[in-house]
Design a protein around this ligand. Sequence first.
Ligand code: G3H
Ligand code: ZN
Length: 294
Amino acid sequence: METNLKMTSLRDVLKQAAADKIAVGHFNFSDLVAFNAIVAAARDRKLPVMVGVSEGEREFTGVREAAALVKAVRDEYDYPIFLNADHTHSIAKAEAAAKAGFDEIIFDGSALAFEENIKQTIKAIEAIKSINPAILVEGEIGWIGSSSAVIDKVPAGVGVLTTPAEAKQFVDSTKVDVLAPAVGNMHGMLESMVHGNVQKRLNIERIGEIKAAVKIFMTLHGGSGTNDDDFKRAIKAGMTIVHVNTEIRIAWRRGVEAGLAALPNEVAPYKILGRAVEAVQKVVSERLELFSSK
Ligand code: G3H
Ligand code: ZN
C-alpha cells in the first residue's frame, strides 16, 4: 500500500484502501497487552490500523480511556490509527463513544427484525452525526453470531446470506457509511478452527453482488479462522475493513500462560506479559500483511 503514514481521516484511509483493492485491519483490544501489540505490529508494517472495543471491552477499558490511548499514539507518532465502537447496541452507548472522540461507531441492530433494524440505525445515525458529523457509522444486516469466543457449534441462524436487494434497501434507507453483511462469515471459532482443521469459507460472488448494489465501504466481520485465499478474494470483491478478534484473544491467553509457566516466581506483570504481547503482535502482523498485499 502506498501509504502516507501521517494521521489523516478514516474516510480517506478507506478510500485509498478501496482504490488499491486492499483492506484495513481492525483488531479488538481490552488491555494494554493487546493494544500495544496491535500498535507495534502496525508500526512495524508501516500500515494504518483500526482498533476496536465492543460494549464489553469498553466496559473494561473505559470509553474515554480507550480514546485516550489512541490519541496518545496519534500525538506521539502522528500515526493513522483509528478507534471503532464495535457492535454497539444502544443509542446511549453510541453517543458516549461519539462524545469520547471515536472515529467509527458500529450500530449493530442485526438481532432485530429488518425493518426495526432500519429504524434504529436511522435514529443512531442522527444521534451520532449531531455530535460529530465526521464519525463513520456502520450498520449490520444478517446474523453471524455474537461472540468472539471458542464455540462448540455454529449458532442457530448463521449461514443465511444477505441478499443484494436487502443490502441496497438497508443502505438507501439508512444512509450508513459502511455496511457489514452476512456472506458466510461468523463471529468466533469452532475448536476445529482453533486447531486449523477447518476454516471459514466466504461467498465471494455474493460479496461482489452486494458491493455492486450498495457501492459503499463494506466490513468483513468474524475474520478469525478464515481461509487466506478467501480473505484475499473477499477484499478484491469489495471488503475494505476486516475484523479479527478471537485469534487475538487466543494468542493473548496462550501468551499469558507461557509467561506464567516460564516465570513461576515472577510478580512483575510487565515481565510476565511480554510473551503475550509477542503472541498477539505475531497474529496482527500476519493478518496485516495478508490484508494489505495486492
Ligand atoms: O467485531 C469483531 C469481529 O467481527 C471479530 O470476529 O472474533 O471471529 O475474529 P472474530
Ligand atoms: Zn464483529
